[in-house]
Design a protein around this ligand. Structure first.
Ligand code: OOG
Ligand code: MG
Length: 263
């Protein structure tokens, strides 16, 4: 049961996508539309996805957000959310990110997987996810909320594609049977200094549970996770702000490291 008209959904999608593409911040949309509901929020996100696809952008993967208590606490919200990753968000390992194209970027260390079977909810479990996982991949997400001062509520952030802006993968992906995603440790360094550490279990007890939740959330819209999907399971620690000139290296137990710089 959505409350916003098709026209308002389209207008808000254009507004938030322009803020993303032109790197300017905006007021959170619930200020003007306090009665919008969850379905409206995801409708706006799916409309942003449709706008990009119409222009030829491909979807490079999916992500879950706010799956760790560190992240929920940092952002003052209490439910995981999902979003999509556009092809141009992808930055190669060892590459550099144009800081000017972003508003106020923060980085997150995440564990990602690539599926090899379709995953469909409702009823998707960790066991289903593990049986459909090709490999485990280290990933660093660069989030960049389009909202002023990175302050938002859940509906506003869902509409804003969960602050998605860039991501970097690399390292040495491993087969799922060769890694324990729960105990997999991560060390995040900026300019050689350790700024955060954590383990996979911070993400809903097991990053695979985040993927199961994604399948179950997508089922509410009649969607599934196709085979071959790259999925980032959510930040393990709180996100850390970065600035031009910073060089980032996140080291993962067993699956290598990911590095890049901010120009
Ligand atoms: C929302 C996106 C959160 C994660 O990994 O938890 C997210 C935000 O904090 O801006 O990507
Ligand atoms: Mg994230």
């Amino acid at each position: 049961m959505s409350t916003l008209s098709r026209a308002t959904v389209a207008e808000l999608a254009e507004h938030l996508e322009n803020a993303e593409l032109q790197a300017f911040d905006v007021e959170k949309i619930t200020n003007k539309y306090p009665d919008m509901d969850w379905e409206d929020a995801y409708d706006i996100q799916w409309e942003i996805r449709a706008r990009k696809e119409k222009r030829g952008t491909k979807v490079a993967g999916l992500k879950m957000g706010l799956t760790s208590y560190a992240k929920m606490k940092q952002m003052g919200v209490d439910t995981p959310i999902y979003a999509f990753l556009a092809d141009y968000f992808s930055v190669p390992d060892g590459g550099s990110i144009e800081t000017d194209e972003l508003i106020h970027p923060k980085i997150e260390a995440e564990i990602a997987i690539i599926t090899n079977k379709e995953l469909a909810g409702p009823g998707c479990t960790v066991a289903h996810v593990l049986a459909a996982t090709e490999c485990v991949v280290p990933a660093v997400e660069i989030i960049d909320s389009r909202y002023e001062n990175f302050r938002f509520d859940l509906k506003s952030v869902i509409a804003d594609n969960a602050s998605s802006s860039r991501f970097v993968t690399g390292g040495n992906p491993r087969r799922v049977e060769d890694v324990d995603m729960k105990t997999l440790g991560v060390v995040m360094e900026i300019n050689g200094e350790v700024v955060a550490t954590g383990a996979g279990a911070s993400v809903l007890g097991n990053p695979a549970a985040s993927v199961a939740m994604l399948a179950n959330m997508l089922a509410e819209r009649g969607e599934t996770i196709p085979a071959g999907t790259f999925i980032m399971t959510g930040g393990i620690t709180a996100a850390v702000a970065v600035k031009a000139g910073d060089s980032v290296c996140v080291r993962y137990q067993d699956i290598g490291s990911v590095s890049f710089t901010f120009k």
